[in-house]
Design a protein around this ligand. Structure first.
Ligand SMILES: Nc1nc2c(ncn2[C@@H]2O[C@H](COP(=O)(O)OP(=O)(O)OP(=O)(O)O)[C@@H](O)[C@H]2O)c(=O)[nH]1
Ligand SMILES: [Mg+2]
Length: 440
């Protein structure tokens, strides 16, 4: 989507993380890039050839030496002339190299500005541009794989297929608008209804895959809760595979909520160990229990832990509507114990039942390990897909009033288009790209 708003100045930034490394990269993009090449390198390097060069500042002093890569348009990341200077990755060298590029006519890039230009130049659609940030931020292999699929356009292609179906249906409907209501025959009505049904089915599929994928992005908060001493901290340590939380036979050991990132089948989760729930007169413990309640309010999944073979103390005040897994711990101490239906029996000590618990957590979080590729959707995408779904549902109820039917289709189309950025407001772009880091 080339746009008139493409700003025509030239930007530069350090593209590698701050700190020290073998190589650091300064990236330059914009119309003045060839001129900056001549000033900093003394020449315009051949296109896309690694060229060994000295990098010089405005006074002609050498700042560093390394590899220069020049990408003429349109075959560059941004679609503009791009220069990459690969120098030695130290903060002082990188700053000096950046300063040399700024002195030669560039200005400092804003966060996400390279990717924003790539979007404005039509190199990436909006969903792909977001996938760049998601790939960089991916918290697990699975999330990275999904982000890469979005970046290569799989998500956009699925949306495109939906839109194509909608366009056909819209064309059909707009044609019928020209006829008086009573002249539209039953055959046409049935055709439109069948097509609408197909689009709705396809949309539901994309939505389901996107909901699954959004779990990979956000990291699911799983809160371990129960009476003191039931083994919450021991279970956290087991699931984390590390002795993270303090475990003692003293009831009321854990005070602060402890967060531990873990992965189950490539899905990133944050396990939260909490202070055991009971009425306590100890000030510190009471503050800890308050924190437990706050964590519970934010939980995506609650693991309610009880002791096998002991009388079950029902936990009061667990948040309603949050998926919950009931777990009986310490089965090694209760031979012959069988967990009530719908709950699990485990031992944090021996590890028994842990595999089933892992699966149950994923299930409660809404992850179904079908092995099918999912879309690493953002909240923004889910909301747009749900909006589109709502309009299609409304269209289905308007099969006798074509102008309303057509209007709902138009809105559904618009909602889908907002995901890839066909119809996207400037302020939304600012919000999306503003969250990137500088140099991306
Ligand atoms: N035999 C046996 N002992 C366990 C098991 N899980 C925990 N324990 C023991 O139970 C005691 C309490 O364990 P913790 O993990 O500290 O319990 P907690 O629920 O975190 O307790 P608080 O932090 O005080 O609320 C410790 O002595 C653990 O070694 C288990 O599966 N089997
Ligand atoms: Mg504990």
């Amino acid at each position: 989507m080339p746009s008139d708003e493409v700003s025509r100045d030239t930007i530069a930034a350090i593209a590698t993380p701050s700190g020290r490394g073998g190589i650091g990269i300064v990236r330059v993009s914009g119309p003045a890039t060839p001129e900056i090449c001549r000033k900093v390198l003394g020449e315009l390097p051949p296109a896309r050839v690694a060229t060994y060069a000295r990098f010089r500042d405005a006074r002609g002093d050498a700042v560093d030496e390394g590899i220069a890569l020049y990408f003429p348009p349109p075959n560059s990341y941004t679609g503009e002339p791009v220069l990459e200077l690969q120098g030695h990755g130290g903060p002082v060298v990188m700053q000096a190299l950046l300063a040399a590029c700024l002195d030669a006519g560039a200005r400092l890039a804003e966060p996400g500005e390279f990717t924003r230009r790539a979007f404005l130049e039509g190199k990436l659609d909006l969903a792909q541009a977001e996938a760049v940030a998601d790939l960089i931020d991916a918290a697990s292999r699975e999330a990275a794989r999904s982000a890469l699929r979005s970046l290569s356009g799989e998500f956009s292609a699925a949306l495109g297929a939906l839109q194509a179906q909608l366009i056909e249906l819209r064309a059909l409907t707009e044609a019928m608008l020209d006829f008086p209501e009573e002249d539209v025959d039953a055959l046409h009505r049935e055709d439109a209804a069948a097509r609408l049904g197909a689009v709705r089915g396809a949309l539901d599929e994309v939505l389901a895959k996107s909901r699954q994928g959004s779990l990979l992005r956000s990291g699911i908060h799983v809160v371990l809760a129960g009476r003191p001493n039931v083994g919450k901290s021991s279970l956290l340590n087991r699931l984390a595979g590390e002795e993270r939380a303090i475990v003692t036979p003293v009831a009321g050991t854990t005070r602060d909520a402890l967060r531990e990132p873990v992965q189950i089948e490539g899905v990133p989760l944050v396990l939260v160990d909490t202070a055991g729930l009971r009425a306590s007169s100890d000030l510190v413990e009471r503050l800890g229990i308050e924190r437990t309640h706050r964590e519970l309010e934010r939980a995506d999944v609650v693991i309610a832990i009880f002791e096998a073979g002991r009388e079950k103390d029902e936990l009061a005040n667990l948040p309603a509507g949050v998926p919950r897994v009931d777990v009986y711990n310490k089965i090694d101490l209760a031979p012959g114990f069988t967990a009530p239906a719908g709950s699990l029996a485990v031992s944090a000590k021996t590890g028994e039942g842990l595999e089933r618990l892992r699966k149950a957590i994923l299930e409660a979080a809404g992850w179904s390990s079908s092995g099918e590729p999912v879309f690493l959707a953002r909240e923004r995408h889910l909301r747009a897909l749900e909006r589109a779904r709502g309009h299609l549902e409304a269209a289905a109820a308007e099969s006798r009033r074509w102008e309303f039917f057509a209007e709902e289709l138009r809105r559904a189309h618009g909602a889908l288009g907002s995901i890839t950025g066909e119809f996207t407001a400037e302020d939304l772009l600012g919000e999306i790209f503003g969250r990137f880091c500088i140099g991306k």
